[in-house]
Every structure is written in C-alpha cells, then in structure tokens.
Design a protein around this ligand. Structure first.
Ligand SMILES: NC(=O)c1ccc[n+]([C@@H]2O[C@H](COP(=O)([O-])OP(=O)(O)OC[C@H]3O[C@@H](n4cnc5c(N)ncnc54)[C@H](OP(=O)(O)O)[C@@H]3O)[C@@H](O)[C@H]2O)c1
Length: 501
C-alpha cells in the first residue's frame, strides 16, 4: 500500500554525475509516471557550474532519452520537467549555501520539507552537511530535513566514525539515510519475507538442518575504466563490506518483532555484531583473494571475447604492481545458538564465467542414505539476474528400482505484468516517505567495517604475489582452502544437482 508523502523538495547534489544520469533522474521520472510522487514535489539539482534552468531541463531530457529508448509519455514528461530546477553552487563562492537557502525559501515553488541526496564524492559528504547546517538548512523546527549519504560511508572503521562524528554535529540519527542500494532490490527484501511469511522455513533455519550457506556475487565484467577507484578499493570493500554482509544479515537475523525500521535494524545490528572476527593469524585459512588474468568471457550475444588481465589493465594506466583483489572469499561464523558451527561463505569476483547474485543454502545429509550418489538438499534464493527461489530435493526415479534423482523446483519471483522497480526508485520513495528500514544504521556500518578492516589490512601488508585466475573461468581451485569440510564446493547459479561440481 502506498504510504503518504508530505509535500517536499528533493535537493540533488551531483545531479550531473553518472549515478544521477543513469539511475536517479530516470528513477524519479518512473516514480512520477507511476503516480508515486506527491503533486507538491519539486527537484532542485545543485551543481558547481552555472547552467540555466532551460539548459538543465534539456539535459534531463537527454538522460531520459538515453534511458527510455522506446520513448515515454509526453504528459508525464511535461509534469516531470516542470518539477525540475537548477541551482549553481560554485565552490569558490563562500555565500553559495545562503544563496541556495534564499532560492529554496520560495515556498510557492519549493515545498519546505527538504530531502538532500548527496550523490557526490565521499570527501564532499561532511563539508556539504556542515555548510547546509551553517545556512540553517537542516533546522527541523517547522519542516523535516533528511540527508541521504551515498556509499561508501567511510573506507574503514576510523574514517566511518570520523564521518559520523562530523555529520552528527548537525544531524540527528533519524535524519541520516545511509544508502546500500542492494537493500532496495525486491529479491533481497524477499529473503526476509520468504523466511518469515512461510511456516516451512523457520523450523529448519538453523544449525540442526543447515550444513552451510553461500552468499555469492559473481560478475562477468572486469573493472572497466574504473581502475583507479577499484585499485584503491578492492572486492572486499566494494562488495563484501556492505552489500554481501547486509545480505548475510537478512538471511541469518532473528525475526524482528514487527516490520518497523527500528525493529528490523535492531535485529540486523545484533546479527552483524555477532559475526566472529577472523583471527588475525588465521586469515589465510578463512579468506582467499585473487586477481583475474587474461582470458575469454561470455558477452551479451553469447559469443566469447578475449579480455586482458587486471594487472595488464592497471599497467595500461601506469600502475606497475598491485595486490588489490578482484576475487574475495571469506568463511564466517556467527556466534549465536542458531548458527553455531555453520559456515557462511561469502564471495565476490569479477570476470567469472557467469554473472549471478545468490544465496545458496545446503542442508545436512538426509536421515536415509540410499547410496553415495544421493545429493543433499539445496535452497537457492537467486537475486540477480533471475529473481527466483529454487529448491532441490531427491525424488524417486519411476521404475522397479529404488533410486533417486535430484528434482529442481524453480519458482520465479517475477511474473508477467509485475512491476520492475529499480532499487534506487524504492529508496528514493522511502527517503521521501521517511521510512529508513532499507537504510543502514551507523551501528551496522561500524560492525561491517570492524569485521572487514583486519582482513583488508592483512591483505594490504602481504606483498607476496596474488593468485591469478583466468578470466571467464570458475572459482580458482585454491579458494577451496577456506572450506570447512572436503565435501563442500562452490555452488553456481542454475545447475541441477549441485553436488556435480
Ligand atoms: N555511479 C554509480 O553507479 C554509483 C554506485 C554506487 C555509489 N555511488 C556513489 O554515488 C556518488 C556519486 O557517484 P557518481 O558516479 O555519480 O559520481 P561522479 O559522476 O563522479 O560525480 C558526481 C558529481 O559530483 C560533482 N563533482 C565531480 N567532481 C567534483 C569535484 N572535483 N569537486 C566538486 N564536485 C565534483 C559533479 O557535479 P557538478 O560538476 O555538477 O558539481 C558530478 O556530477 C559517489 O559517492 C559514489 O561513490 C555511485
């Protein structure tokens, strides 16, 4: 059911940037087309350069044209474009934020509840909040003020805490919306619903029945032209610290007492804080890293394409050595009674043979073992590209003999005619609704960095050459060092009979 949204103005910093062009403006347009934006809602884009309103509106049109190749409704476009304004905020002008306040004070044009979306470089988050506060633009005495902070929130625990200290001089926790856009994905939200809106899963969702859990994000893509960003970040910080640990929290948390933002986040915080830190002297047994070497990957039309290795791509940009991982796999344990002894394998990699994001759960051996061929049950919650729930069970092969084979029950989450919502669309809507359940609490961010920082440090200090895997292949064999038992192996997306590796 649609929640009520107060009349408001979305103030978009970094509106000319890549994220805004590809996701935010098209997302806002689609929300408008779906009738989800309130009548009294304006968008003020803020950028460093002087741009006329007309030129900015023409730029927005080019963003929509690029996104919606099949065209769009003229009446919706006219309504949407009329919501859009531009304000130049040159960094050299000490009075820039006061001028913005003057512009925003025209209540006929700009509804006075203000949501600021900081789609800018992470180093600009704190200075913008400080300047908004200096101009009195965060004062909630009459209207609400919310600030959305893009990812990443810090690059380690100290920097996240420093950012938190800096922004909480001006903002209450309830005003801060820390984004992890994964949480906006419907298939991710489905993890919680699958668990708690069905009777059959909860009784077996524990160490008595579950052998291990795999949380995977594999990509066919390489780092592309983002070599500098990627080499300073790596797979662990880019994917595991936020997206994959959040996925793990949704898989493993206890049932929240209700669906309020505070209750959901309280359970996620508890879970994240109970993940056991990797012992510093045993990181090599519990974490594996690698870099892709040259190889051949599958491209959109099903053909193969030869691609360069990560170190070659860096060399092209003048970087001669790097230990930054493009493959990261961790084994984590959760110190609570439900999950005692169950390994959670979390892995992410670029340039793999397939692109897939999934939670795969393997159950323990069945009470009746007919022969050595019998597979253990798997439940897969596939997040992308296919959103589906897949269950593998053993079933009798019809005939005279007693023998089983694996039967796959594959339930697509998406049915014909279902809405296709980009994660940023739901998150933008939640920001305006004041619903922070899909945003991160600072305690979640801190718990995630606390877990990841020692691994990042150990890997950065270990200058021995990093294992190379051929682009387009499956996980490197050597990654199996982290498995808890010899019969565990990496699970891939759609193959039937998971035990056939
Ligand atoms: N792109 C994505 O898919 C993605 C995904 C996840 C997270 N994020 C996060 O979202 C934020 C925005 O990402 P983005 O890819 O859109 O960034 P971007 O394209 O590099 O730039 C965003 C905006 O920041 C302003 N800007 C750029 N350089 C600047 C400078 N030197 N000084 C002051 N302002 C500058 C520019 O606006 P003006 O020139 O108009 O001032 C630019 O439009 C970042 O925090 C990023 O980490 C992005």
């Amino acid at each position: 059911m649609a929640k009520k949204i107060d009349p408001c103005t979305l103030v978009l910093f970094g509106a000319s940037g890549n994220l805004s062009r590809v996701k935010l403006m098209p997302g806002l347009f689609r929300l408008d087309a779906a009738g989800r934006l309130p009548d009294h809602m304006a968008i003020l884009s803020v950028g460093r350069g002087e741009v006329s309103r007309e030129a900015w509106q023409a730029d927005i049109k080019s963003m929509l044209d690029a996104k919606f190749k099949n065209g769009y409704d003229k009446a919706v476009f006219d309504r949407f474009i009329a919501r859009n304004h531009y304000h130049a905020n040159p960094p050299t002008d000490p009075n820039a934020f006061n001028k913005m306040k003057t512009s925003l004070s025209d209540a006929n044009v700009f509804p006075q509840n203000l949501a600021y979306f900081l789609s800018v470089r992470p180093t600009d988050f704190a200075p913008i909040v400080e300047q908004l506060s200096g101009a009195g633009l965060l004062d909630e005495s009459k209207y609400w003020r919310r600030v959305l902070i893009e990812k990443p929130f810090g690059t380690n625990l100290p920097s996240a805490q420093a950012l938190q200290t800096s922004i909480t001089k001006h903002l209450k926790e309830s005003q801060i919306y820390r984004i992890d856009h994964y949480l906006g994905k419907s298939a991710l939200q489905n993890i919680m619903l699958t668990r708690f809106a069905n009777t059959m899963f909860e009784p077996i969702w524990n160490n008595q029945y579950i052998d291990h859990v795999q949380i995977t994000n594999n990509e066919i893509l390489g780092v592309g032209d983002r070599t500098e960003f990627y080499n300073n970040t790596g797979a662990l910080r880019d994917m595991v610290q936020s997206h994959l640990l959040q996925t793990l929290a949704l898989v493993a948390m206890e049932k929240p007492k209700d669906l309020s933002p505070d209750s959901i986040r309280a359970e996620k915080i508890k879970l994240l804080e109970s993940i056991r830190p990797l012992p510093v002297n045993e990181i090599h047994k519990n974490a594996f890293r690698a870099q892709y070497a040259a190889g051949r990957v599958c491209v959109a039309d099903g053909h193969g394409e030869n691609v360069a290795g990560y170190l070659d791509e860096l060399a092209r940009d003048g970087v001669t050595e790097s230990v930054t991982e493009t493959y990261a796999a961790l084994k984590l344990f959760i110190d609570n009674p439900r999950w005692k002894g169950v390994p959670f394998y979390v892995r992410t990699a670029k340039r793999m043979h397939e692109g897939n994001t999934a939670v795969s759960i393997r159950f323990k051996k069945a009470p009746m073992q007919l022969n050595n061929e019998q597979h253990q049950n798997w439940l897969t919650l596939n997040i992308q590209p296919r959103e589906c729930i897949k269950m593998e069970i053993e079933s009798k092969i019809p005939g005279l003999d007693i023998a089983t084979r694996t039967l796959s029950i594959d339930g697509p989450q998406r049915q014909q005619g279902d809405e296709s919502i980009d994660s940023y669309e739901s998150l933008l809507l939640n920001l305006m609704e004041g619903d922070s359940s899909l945003y991160l609490h600072i305690s979640e961010v801190e718990a995630q960095w606390r877990l990841i920082d020692p691994i990042v440090k150990a890997w950065a200090e270990d200058k021995s050459s990093v294992h190379q895997y051929r682009a387009g292949n499956r996980d490197p064999e050597e990654s199996s060092v982290i498995f808890d038992s010899k019969d565990q192996f990496w699970r891939y997306s759609i193959e039937l009979g998971g035990d056939k590796h």
